[in-house]
Write a protein that binds this ligand. Structure first.
Ligand SMILES: Nc1ncnc2c1ncn2[C@@H]1O[C@H](COP(=O)(O)OS(=O)(=O)O)[C@@H](OP(=O)(O)O)[C@H]1O
Ligand SMILES: Nc1ncnc2c1ncn2[C@@H]1O[C@H](COP(=O)(O)OP(=O)(O)O)[C@@H](O)[C@H]1O
Length: 415
């Protein structure tokens, strides 16, 4: 056998880590990734695809399992350790642990906030195991909020325990439903085991859960927000971003961070060049910081060129993952106008060949097709151009930063 030390390492995606836990705990009906017909799959980088053994590690590098390449291409899982932290880890029991500790109870899968009708149903079912199906990409509530909400409901029932099961979504509703049924059956002890009852799909989420739901899925005007300006050098990104930051500060309702392209390049991304790879690194760094700020409900305004669609999409995904909103502003001032402005004299230098890989001249700019608003600043005042951004922001429900029209001055009456 190949020793773990010599196997190459790979950190799976959050969805794959959930699947791994499901396989290792014995809750899944399979012992491998990639079993035909199973949604539990693992995508390895091309360089590792043919490796006989790969070690899976968590994001901090803790080895979790070895995956062995089988003749049919599936990856058999050999567990090394189970994940030890994460909120409510103590509620993550295996089917065997549930059988040992809680046999004889009715098993009820829970996928969302319990409603008033569901509470009435639960009240008549006797001792319960509430199986909170938490997992990456599940709708309605984040995993941690679903557990918080289910625990609160359990506390109000005569005899209910809560167990967390990392059942992630795989973009295939039917396969996920089948998997959910199989996993629930495993917790109930299979045929001849405990009763499984599905919750009725009726009623309104319990009012007692309001604070948990609001904190988890804040209204758009309280959600973390990444305002991402992209466009050519000299298009007006920094100017508009700065004006927008001022409006946010004047309104004073949100915490605001500004990550201007040039400022980032002097700090967070010092030393990076303008090669494609370094630009991608630069944007991913900005995206990472912005996503973290949005995770805490803050507003962050960023204004790099960000010339590549794929990297911008990665940032959108990072922000989405963190629970923030991503708002893309394409400052679509044409190259001729940017070059005419040439505020920093860079276009002239680039034309003379003194700056290699200059965006728009000798390096590409991929126009966004997914912008929330597109602003060409040519021949317009800054306030006028900013108005387009503010209108779009308000329409999207994220923030209304439009200044009310000045009140007409009433002339004083002369007595
Ligand atoms: N080769 C090349 N191409 C484009 N821009 C260049 C280059 N070299 C230096 N500069 C200056 O760097 C600013 C762009 O940096 P960014 O970090 O926003 O670029 S990127 O998003 O990583 O592509 C950009 O600033 P802005 O004018 O504010 O956009 C330029 O002033
Ligand atoms: N309507 C407008 N909106 C934004 N900038 C404008 C506008 N009209 C002219 N400009 C000028 O264009 C230049 C844009 O520079 P900057 O904001 O630094 O662009 P970028 O950050 O995209 O490189 C500034 O000199 C700004 O005063």
């Amino acid at each position: 056998m190949i020793s773990p030390v010599s196997s190459p390492q790979h950190c799976p995606t959050p969805r794959e880590l959930d699947d791994l836990e499901l396989i290792v705990s014995g809750a899944a009906p399979v012992a491998s990734f990639g079993t035909p017909g199973s949604p539990l799959t693992l995508t390895l980088p091309d360089a590792l695809a043919g490796e006989p053994v790969v070690e899976l590690v968590d994001p901090e590098g803790l080895p979790l399992a070895l995956v062995h390449l089988e003749a049919d291409g599936a990856r058999r899982v050999e567990p090394l350790t189970t994940a030890q932290h994460g909120p409510f880890r103590r509620l993550h029991l295996t089917p065997a642990e549930v059988r040992a500790q809680h046999a004889g109870r009715t098993v009820v899968p829970v996928t969302g906030p319990v409603t008033d009708d569901q509470l009435a149903q639960l009240t008549g079912l006797g001792p319960l195991v509430l199986l909170a199906l938490v997992g990456h990409g599940t709708p309605d509530l984040s995993p941690v909020a679903l557990l918080r909400a289910t625990l609160r409901v359990a506390a109000d029932l005569p005899d209910a325990v809560v167990v967390a099961v990392p059942l992630a979504a795989h973009d295939d509703a039917e396969a996920d439903h089948d998997l959910g049924v199989q996993v629930t059956a495993a917790y109930a002890g299979g045929p001849g085991g405990d009763r499984v009852v599905g919750l009725v799909e009726a009623g309104e989420p319990l009012a007692s859960l309001d604070d948990i739901l609001e904190a988890d899925q804040p209204a758009p005007d309280r959600q973390g927000l990444v305002l991402f300006f992209t466009g050519l050098s000299g298009s007006g990104k920094s100017t508009l971003a700065r004006a927008l930051v001022d409006r946010l500060l004047e309104q004073g309702l949100r915490t605001v961070t500004s990550l201007d392209g040039d400022v980032v390049r002097r700090n967070l991304s010092a030393g990076l060049t303008f090669s494609r790879a370094d630009r991608e690194t630069n944007i991913r760094r900005i995206g990472w910081v912005a996503a973290e700020i949005s995770r805490h409900g803050g507003v962050v305004v960023v204004s790099p060129i960000a010339p590549f669609a794929e990297t911008r999409a990665q940032v959108r995904d990072m922000v989405d993952e963190a629970g923030g909103a991503f708002f893309l502003v394409h400052v679509a001032t044409p190259l001729e106008e940017c070059e005419r402005r040439d505020r920093k004299g860079l276009y002239a230098k680039a034309r003379r060949g003194e700056i290699p890989e200059f965006t728009g001249i000798s390096s590409p700019y991929e126009e966004p097709e997914d912008a929330d608003v597109r602003v060409d600043t040519t021949g317009r005042t800054i306030d006028d151009a900013l108005g387009d951004v503010l209108d779009a922001l308000a329409e999207a429900g994220y923030a209304d930063l439009r200044v009310a029209a000045p009140q007409p001055v009433v002339p004083e009456r002369i007595i």
